[in-house]
Ligand binder design. Structure first.
Ligand code: NAP
Length: 253
């Protein structure tokens, strides 16, 4: 074990969807742990540039890159830009995602496609870009942000749950495929986390009722998710592979 089991110094970490929400907190934590940190954003340019400024002012090495991770051309350009500036990404957090609360019978094909393209295809495209250099260097870490819904399913969120279930299967499969190359692939499956995504779906009373149902008596914070990501990316987790870390405060439905 290294003398600094939670240090990410000398690593290059890309976090997708890091302009706000969980991704932004992961970026703060990995940058503080010493990683050269890439903040990917799509529409939240103002927030991403503010985060870039804040972290740079604290002495962290950070860049922000705009890319729609559901588009292969954008993803290729993003990785080429990072490679040209800093070198290969060796820590990847596939965080970007969209939710959809809808009866299945009222879900359009376009909505299905948007959720799948962002939550599942995006992770495929980014992993596909990151893996060749990880294999060459015989080191890499991929953390996929799934959801408890991907494990349990959820009424009125079947498409979202299916995308996260697919992400969990992708995680376990890649862990088996890439383990022999020294690459660990894991997922985090949070329950409800206090971000814009949750606030769009639930009102204040629903959030209070949900918190009361969770043994720890509160929803997760982005910091809870970021701390788990830091562990999975760190030298301390060198033997953790193919796992889905539930992060739900002991909540069971
Ligand atoms: P959020 O606040 O709504 O943020 C979503 C993030 O995804 C934003 O940064 C957004 O970027 C990015 N994104 C969406 N589509 C994108 C695209 N095509 N290309 C690049 N980035 C894209 O949500 P959050 O709660 O932080 O969620 C982060 C992850 O955690 C998601 O995968 C979500 O499914 C998962 N999760 C959330 C919860 C929860 O309760 N909040 C629970 C379990 C799992 P822009 O703003 O720049 O467009």
């Amino acid at each position: 074990m290294t003398a600094e089991p939670y240090s990410l110094k000398r690593h290059i970490c890309l976090i997708t969807g890091a302009g706000r929400g969980i991704g932004a907190e992961v970026a703060r934590v990995v940058a503080a742990a010493g990683a050269s940190t890439v903040i990917n954003y799509h529409t939240s340019e103002r927030e991403a540039l503010q985060l870039l400024e804040d972290l740079t002012a604290r002495g962290c090495q950070v860049m922000a890159v705009k890319a729609d991770i559901s588009k292969s051309r954008d993803v290729e350009a993003m990785f080429a830009g990072i490679q040209a500036e800093w070198g290969p990404v060796d820590l990847l957090v596939n965080n970007a995602g969209v939710s959809l609360k809808r009866l299945l019978t009222e879900t359009s094909e376009a909505e299905w496609q948007q959720v799948m393209d962002t939550n599942l295809k995006g992770a495929f495209l980014c992993s596909r870009q990151a893996l060749p250099a990880m294999v060459r260097n015989r080191f890499g870490r991929i953390v996929n942000i799934a959801s408890v819904w991907g494990l349990r399913g959820a009424s009125c969120e079947a498409v979202y749950a299916a995308s996260k279930g697919g992400l969990i299967a992708l995680t376990r499969s890649l862990a088996a495929e890439m383990g022999p190359s020294g690459i660990c692939v894991n997922a985090v499956a949070p329950g409800p986390v206090q971000t814009d995504m949750l606030n769009q779906e639930l009102d204040h009373d629903e959030i209070t009722a949900l918190a009361a149902d969770i043994p720890l008596g509160r929803l997760a914070t982005p910091g809870d998710v970021a701390a788990t990501c830091l562990f999975l990316l760190s030298p301390a987790a060198g033997y953790v592979n193919g796992q889905v870390v539930g992060l739900d405060g002991g909540w069971k439905v």
